[in-house]
Design a protein. Structure first.
Length: 617
């Protein structure tokens, strides 16, 4: 039934096409045939009427002069037997009808025509008789009278429609024959097409074992063979992929189970949120850290756990980098949360795009570490203060001893004695070493106290509006004697009209002093250059030297505590190794960044930025 329905639709379309084509042909042929036929018949009737009228006019002049109406009547009556002649009448020069063929009476329209129409051919209508061509021929140029012959136009129309009806019958027969031929042709084509359609539907339902029974040698048969071959190939490919997919699913299930086990047994808390901040997954450790069950967290906004987590997620989505913060956990514990955005990347030949799915947050309980750090800070602070007091006394007494030795004792010695001179120099040198090392220990204690205060957040910041030029000049003045001792020139380049900055002035001077002193320390020859310029909404400061440089592997480590380039390059490092760590803490506390660019043997350039929008903590 379905095949018959589809065949009927194809047949209907073909039939409609044939009907439309034959309709156009029929209308065209009918129009031109009817028009030509009507024109030819009209011309024939005109010629015939004119011949009859001329014949009567040329032979009736004497008869009219003798007023022999009977002879005229007999002459015109014989022309009524000619096809198409409807009437004949003769009038004299006064317009009176002498003879006519009208029965039983002359129509009134004829009387009017007799008086008005005296030459040529005219279309007339006679009530009760129809349309006619009235053809006039004068007798001796009209001096005697006129002959009127009426040719029946109705016969012309009848003949035209008779011919057209025969043409229509012939075209109808041709149409029926064409439809019959089209039916058999369409049926011959539609049957294999219907089989191909059914076969294609089976392939669509993945029935690749189905067969199609078409053995013709034409294009449809070739298409059927190609589809059968393609189905066999697809079936083989599907079988291979089905086995591969099963293996992949099993492997994926094992991997998922393995990862789930790892996540559920992690000591650190794990939370996954979407881009709207809605929690989609938590592990048991995270549930324990916040004192909530999994169902109390999943599907809820991250804000319910800690507002800082919501800020952390937003920051990770904006920056698309690893960000961290400290948060409060249950029972007064403290955690460190690290967040990273989750990206979905996809590529095509036309475009390249990526989307953010959310963030993953890893939380570690750092309560014990915080407590240890607090105790360490307290210990360092107490020890540093305890060391500073006796150290100050020691340095004071050493300075007094050194002064008394140089001012009093040396003057009483016999320096001409080589042994006494040698001992005096030795004592003076040792006293200077004690002073130098004491000052180094004092600097170390000061730096340790600074770094402890910075890390613990106990440092007091005194923000004020100042200029970067004043800061750099003050830092240079503090180190000018060192530049002179080393014989190094220091170039200062400050962009004119730099806007003021709001900073802790003494702390930023401390940063510049640290960078300049490091440049002096590790530069044997060349120069040191300090520059300041506007960089968008920041002031960029750089300290460049032509010293020994920093290996690539050490660039990130030099900002750690107690790390120095001299540990690897020089046999005896100078300083405490805390200067850059303290500088990093100070700059980051001002919302800026500090970094280094360097090449071994060619020198280093340290950079730091201060935001113009910084308004203090």
């Amino acid at each position: 039934m379905k095949i018959q329905m589809r065949m009927s639709k194809l047949f209907q379309k073909t039939l409609l096409g044939v009907i439309f084509l034959f309709t156009v042909i029929f209308i065209t042929i009918s129009f031109f045939s009817g028009w030509n036929l009507y024109r030819n018949l009209a011309e024939e009737y005109k010629s015939k009427g004119m011949a009859i009228a001329s014949s009567i006019a040329s032979s009736s002049a004497e008869t009219i002069l003798t007023l022999d109406s009977a002879t005229i009547q007999a002459m015109i009556d014989q022309f009524l037997d000619i096809e198409g002649v409807a009437y004949v009448f003769v009038i004299d020069s006064t317009g009176e009808i002498i003879s006519h063929t009208f029965t039983p009476a002359i129509p009134s329209e004829i009387k009017q025509i007799a008086h008005t129409h005296k030459s040529g051919i005219k279309d007339v209508y006679i009530e009760g008789m129809g349309n006619f061509l009235d053809i006039v021929s004068p007798i001796t140029e009209g001096s005697i009278g006129y002959v009127h012959v009426g040719m029946n136009k109705t016969i012309i129309t009848q003949k035209m429609w008779l011919v057209l009806s025969r043409q229509l019958t012939l075209l109808l027969l041709i149409f029926l024959l064409s439809v019959t031929l089209a039916y058999f042709m369409v049926n011959k084509i539609s049957q294999p097409l219907n089989k191909l359609t059914e076969y294609a539907k089976k392939l669509l339902t993945h029935d690749f074992d189905a067969k199609v029974d078409i053995n013709s040698k034409d294009e449809i048969g070739l298409l059927a063979q190609t589809m059968q071959s393609m189905a066999n190939n697809i079936n083989e490919v599907f079988d291979r992929y089905e086995f591969a997919l099963k293996d992949a699913v099993l492997e994926l299930q094992d991997t998922l189970a393995y990862l789930t086990t790892i996540i559920d047994n992690m000591a650190d808390g794990l939370i996954v949120v979407d881009k709207d901040g809605i929690v989609s997954h938590v592990n048991p450790a995270a549930s324990e850290m916040f004192g909530k069950q999994e169902f109390e967290m999943v599907g809820k906004n991250i804000k319910i756990l800690d507002p800082e987590l919501d800020k952390l997620v937003n920051k990770s989505l904006i920056k698309e980098e690893v960000v961290s913060t400290e948060i409060n956990l249950v029972d007064g514990r403290v955690g460190k949360a690290v967040a990273k955005s989750i990206k979905k990347e996809y590529f095509s030949e036309e475009s390249e795009a990526k989307g953010l799915l959310g963030s993953v947050i890893l939380i570690r309980d750092i309560t014990q570490e915080k407590e240890i750090d607090r105790l360490k800070t307290e210990f360092i602070t107490v020890v540093s203060h305890e060391l500073r007091t006796p150290l100050t006394s020691i340095l004071g007494f050493v300075e007094i001893i050194n002064k008394k030795f140089n001012d009093t004792i040396i003057s009483q010695l016999n320096l001409a004695d080589e042994k006494i001179l040698k001992v005096a120099n030795k004592i003076n040198k040792n006293l200077n070493i004690i002073l130098s090392e004491g000052e180094r220990i004092t600097s170390l204690i000061d730096n340790i106290l600074d770094i402890s205060k910075l890390e613990s957040g106990q440092i007091y910041w005194k923000f004020e509006e100042t200029s970067i030029q004043e800061i750099i000049i003050n830092a240079y003045k503090a180190l000018s004697s060192l530049f002179e001792q080393r014989g190094l020139p220091c170039y200062i380049e400050i962009q004119p009209n730099l806007p003021p900055i709001t900073v802790d002035k003494e702390r930023i001077i401390q940063v510049v002093i640290n960078l300049l002193s490091n440049a002096i320390k590790f530069t044997e020859k060349g120069y040191v250059k300090c520059k300041a310029s506007l960089n968008g909404k920041e002031v960029l400061v750089s300290v460049e030297d032509t010293g020994i440089g920093i290996p690539e592997s050490e660039k990130d480590k030099i900002f750690e505590k107690f790390k120095q380039v001299g540990d690897l390059i020089r046999s005896k490092p100078k300083g405490t190794g805390l200067g850059l760590a303290i500088s990093k803490q100070i700059i980051e506390a001002h919302g800026g960044k500090i970094w280094v660019e360097s090449e071994v043997g060619k020198g280093s350039t340290f950079y730091f930025t201060i935001s113009l929008e910084n308004r203090g903590k």
